[in-house]
Design a binder for this molecule. Structure first.
Ligand code: NZQ
Ligand code: ZN
Length: 387
């Protein structure tokens, strides 16, 4: 196990009717910028619960943070926060609103242009306003991590940066009842791939991290059909919501290597084609597994055995290859069962995009993955595999 520091200061407030806790979680002397997406919260009662909890507080609303939040929109929110002298940010929505609000919280007290903060990549030691969140979409883990992914419409780029963790996050699983089925599939797939990217490297690093990761993967596979059947069953949605948070809040990555190449390639597909985040992962992950099956082989076999119950028939090379192949096919089937079109051609993406992603990876001198083996050429191979 590698050395590590674990520090996650986010207070998680979980359960039915918990949005009312906003009243006491945010001090009355704060001036709050409350940030929202496109309006889903007005249709499911979340907006009403938030405003009623804040009726004694001073707050200003900012609407319109879009999926894959853009720097263009966030600059407007930062200007509004500066104008109203806000000293607290409350994000109400999915990962996009929360990610965008991490930048807003930093941008309101930053003198330059907020895109500069993204280019710094690591802003964990920078100055930010306190941020609270009310989550309505289980997927990103943004409610309990320091990451954010921001898009630039002008340059067709999408970059991750790291800021501060939210001070608190409120998760009421009842808010998820109104999610469109496609977003439910996206949340399940995103959670699945977050866990995979912290797990599917090499064996023997930490039995504890492995079993926590496998536990989340098994849980997602088990609840996915139940949720597709009935999205309003509280216990199942609560399990989904907590799985998504636990999938990317640092708990399963202590002391182990990680490989975020699938996400990095996926971000390019979103930046260039506007594809929904989790959909890009469902396309790319099987390609990553096929292309890196030599270096990840032992872990793929462990994953197949412990998560899908695939037993390797013998100790010879062919049996191993067969177990690896069956496991990757099972992974593809899982994404297909969620309704995703998992080939590039089915999504009208071809050689031009592969070429552009290869070029971008080379220009940024990317060497991703636990063995730093994923560069532009390997990204091309991965994408060619899922053509
Ligand atoms: O905008 P509104 O009207 O609220 O509608 C949203 C949006 O259209 C809707 N929605 C959310 N909650 C709802 C709801 N509709 C009905 N009922 C509800 N309860 O869902 C749509 C998608 O929302 P979005 O926030 O974009 O989805 P998600 O949570 O999947 O966030 C995606 C973004 O997070 C980034 C992605 O790259 C993408 O930009 N990620 C952030 C990460 C992080 N901070 O750690 C890690 C992830 O890997 C990911 O990259
Ligand atoms: Zn993700």
């Amino acid at each position: 196990m590698n050395n590590f520091i674990f520090h996650n200061p986010t207070k998680l407030i979980f359960g039915k009717e918990t949005i009312s806790k906003l009243t006491t979680e945010i001090p009355l002397d704060k001036t709050i910028l409350v940030t929202f997406g496109g309006g889903s919260v007005k249709k499911n009662g979340v907006y009403q619960q938030v405003t009623s909890a804040l009726k004694e507080h001073t707050y200003h609303e900012f609407w319109g943070i879009e999926p894959n939040p853009s720097i263009e929109t966030l600059r407007e929110a930062i200007a509004a926060g500066k104008e109203h002298k806000c000293d607290f940010v409350l994000a109400v929505g999915g990962g996009s609103v929360i990610d965008g609000s991490k930048l807003i919280a930093a941008g309101i007290i930053y003198d330059g242009d907020a895109w500069e903060l993204i280019l710094k990549r690591d802003y964990t030691k920078g100055q930010t306003l306190p941020l609270g969140t009310v989550l309505t979409l289980p997927a990103t883990g943004s409610e309990m991590n320091s990451g954010a992914v921001i898009s630039n419409k002008a340059t067709k780029e999408k970059f991750a940066f790291y800021s501060k963790h939210p001070k608190f996050s409120i998760l009421d699983p009842q808010t998820t009842y109104t999610l469109p089925p496609f977003q439910v599939s996206c949340g399940l797939a995103d959670t699945f791939v977050h866990v995979i990217e912290q797990y599917l490297t090499t064996t023997g690093q930490s039995p504890l991290m492995d079993r926590w990761a496998e536990g989340i993967l098994q849980t997602i596979i088990e609840i996915a059909p139940q949720i597709k059947e009935n999205q309003k069953e509280y216990e199942t949605m609560a399990t989904f919501m907590l799985s998504a948070t636990m999938g990317l809040n640092g708990f399963i990555s202590m002391g182990v290597t990680q490989d975020w190449s699938t996400h990095m390639i996926g971000h390019e597909l979103t930046a260039l084609h506007g594809l929904t985040h989790a959909h890009t992962l469902a396309i790319v992950l099987p390609g990553t597994m096929w292309v890196l099956k030599e270096e990840k082989g032992d872990k793929i076999v462990q994953f197949g055995q412990r998560v899908f119950g695939i037993e390797q028939k013998g100790t010879d090379k062919d049996s191993r290859e067969e177990a690896i192949g069956t496991t990757i096919n099972k992974t593809e089937q899982f994404f297909k069962s969620l309704g995703f079109k998992i080939k590039l051609s089915e999504n009208n993406i071809g050689e031009q995009t592969i070429k552009e992603i290869e070029k971008r990876f080379n220009k940024r001198e990317f060497k991703l993955g636990e063995n730093e083996s994923v560069d532009g050429a390997v990204a091309r191979q991965i994408l060619e595999h899922v053509k």
